[in-house]
Design a protein around this ligand. Structure first.
Ligand SMILES: Nc1nc2c(c(=O)[nH]1)N[C@H]1C(S)=C(S)[C@@H](COP(=O)(O)O)O[C@H]1N2
Ligand SMILES: [Mo]
Length: 529
């Protein structure tokens, strides 16, 4: 029998496919580390591309179902699908060797397409995928050969010795496949470890030093933080601050080489601002602002409050010659672009109407963490994050809403996203069991840029009772509220609503987050013994 007709049984061939794929990922990972382009690994790039191509309802489902765990879920899902495909291609290649390289080439093409279309990518980013594909082909063909059926002797049979038994040397295959798998795991883990432990270059959140802004935030008024059990603290600790973005690997930007370009319609001169210039800016200031995500469901946790340090956006825009549309400026949209290719569209009018819109460098007294946009992000009180809060920002372009749709707009979200007045019950929790008698109902309410005027609570659809509001910090921050409730035995539904200083009371109509923010009253059901 000729070499070409030797085939490999399905089981071992599938194992060969899996091991080959593991070696491909490991080699790609190692190559990405060697090139110090950690985001050029095909798995991550494919994941990022999947994120960008995912239809909005699926994305919303992922956010609803998995919250901020949507990223690990996506990566695990991708890995499981890849493993299935690897086993199938391996099994098919067991019969016909050519299927292997062809299948690998198809997957490499998908990987290359993803890697090379990521923002900021260059031709070098193709190398990890190509190296991975080469390793995959080599390992697959080698293992298939090891596991190939030995040709059956058909002639000259000496029945006393008999033909060698059909099949292959299982032990040898298991040993070699196991060794290859272990080598892949070791290489992959080593590369991962090197990426994670490599000291980030230049200016990082750990070594950047922020000056003390001349214009400090006023001290938090007494009574602004009620410090009640179960109630969100007034300032959200970093570890609890929600994180929402499309980045599978958090960009690690070096602040010493970072710059922000401001240009476009109505600018009199293009500007490039450095980190040092921002820290030195005479208008550097500290402000308390509550940030909210448009995809926050009623009662959800995608809202957080921090003390930010930054430079007013209006100062930088004015220095670039930009005028608000209210003053005859031609641009009505400010498009921010980030290191990772996000685009976010903000009304120029909102950035320049006197509110504390800023390019933030600090969060709760420290440089921004990588996850929240180091070195610089935007924060605009009263606008949802997807239309204002660009993290890892690198560019601001003045344009019009007519001329450009930012990332989320073609994905079904409104081009404009002012924050809707909202309130939330933090304690008691939905489904809680309470004892009879005095109970504390408490939560937060927010109406950034306008201020919270009133919070009311209704039990079992009864009359609205005014809660006691905590002291206000600023109109841009959320406000805690509390109500003592005499809990009687039975099951009760507690609902809350806020009224802002424009006199707008939260409607009871339930609307989902898309396209421009959820509405409805947060309601919890409790059982009183
Ligand atoms: N570069 C980048 N910036 C981004 C996003 C993103 O996906 N990429 N998401 C935005 C959204 S939708 C929100 S709600 C806020 C969340 O900021 P946080 O993660 O610091 O809470 O960041 C905004 N800025
Ligand atoms: Mo968001």
């Amino acid at each position: 029998m000729s070499e070409t007709t030797r085939s490999t049984r399905r089981g071992p061939a599938a194992v060969a496919g899996l091991v080959a794929t593991a070696s491909a990922l490991a080699v790609a990972e190692a190559a990405a580390v060697a090139l110090s382009r950690p985001t050029s690994t095909p798995l991550l790039a494919v994941g990022d591309t999947v994120v960008d191509l995912t239809p909005p309802p699926v994305k919303q489902f992922a956010v609803d179902a998995f919250g901020t765990a949507d990223k690990p879920v996506l990566l695990i899902g991708t890995a499981v699908l890849l493993a299935l495909a690897a086993a199938l291609v391996g099994a098919a290649a067991g019969r016909r060797r050519a299927v292997g390289p062809v299948g690998i080439a198809a997957f490499a093409a998908v990987g290359l397409a993803s890697v090379l279309t990521r923002p900021g990518s260059g031709p070098l980013d193709a190398l990890p995928t190509l190296a991975g594909a080469a390793a995959c082909t080599g390992v697959l063909l080698w293992l298939l050969g090891v596991a190939a059926e030995r040709p059956q002797a058909v002639d000259g049979a000496d029945s006393s010795t008999g033909p060698p038994p059909a099949g292959f040397d299982r032990r040898r295959f298991a040993l070699l496949a196991g060794a290859a798998a272990a080598a892949s795991a070791g290489t992959g883990a080593g590369a991962r470890f090197l990426t994670a432990s490599a000291p980030a270059a230049g200016l990082t959140p750990d070594n950047a030093v922020l000056p003390r802004p001349g214009d400090r935030a006023a001290p938090l008024p007494d009574g602004a933080d009620l410090e009640l059990d179960g109630l969100a603290p007034f300032f959200t600790p970093e570890a609890d601050f929600y994180r929402i973005d499309t980045a599978l690997s958090v960009p690690r930007v070096d602040a010493s080489t970072w710059s922000l370009r401001i240009h476009g319609l109505g600018t009199t001169r293009e500007r490039v601002v450095t980190y040092a210039e921002l820290l030195d800016h005479p208008d550097l200031r500290e402000r308390d602002i509550t940030l909210a995500c448009v995809s926050n469901p009623v009662g959800g946790s995608y809202v957080g409050n921090a003390r930010w340090i930054g430079v007013p956006l209006a100062s930088l825009l004015t220095e670039s010659g930009v005028r608000s549309p209210a003053d005859g400026g031609p641009a009505d949209q400010l498009v921010s672009r980030s290191q990772d290719g996000m685009t976010i569209g903000t009304p120029v009018a909102d950035a320049m109407d006197g509110r504390e819109a800023m390019l933030a460098v600090g969060m709760n007294g420290r440089p921004l963490p990588y996850e929240h946009g180091f070195p610089v992000r935007m924060v605009v009180p009263g606008l949802y994050g997807y239309v204002s809060a660009c993290k890892w920002i690198t560019e601001i372009e003045l344009t019009t809403f007519e001329a450009f749709d930012a990332y989320w707009v073609p994905r079904g979200w409104s081009a404009r996203g002012p924050v809707k007045t909202q309130s939330r019950i933090d304690t008691p929790r939905d489904g809680a069991d309470l004892g009879q008698g005095q109970a504390t109902v408490a939560g937060v309410a927010w109406a950034q840029n306008t201020g919270v005027d009133r919070v009311e609570v209704s039990v079992d659809g009864g009359q609205w009772t005014e809660a006691r509001l905590a002291e206000e910090d600023t109109a841009d921050t959320w406000r805690q509220w509390v109500l003592d409730w005499d809990a009687e035995p039975g099951e009760h539904r507690i609902a809350v609503r806020a009224t802002d200083r424009d006199g707008h009371t939260q409607p009871s109509d339930q609307a989902p987050p898309a396209p421009d923010g959820a509405t409805g009253h947060h309601t919890v059901t409790v059982t009183v013994a």
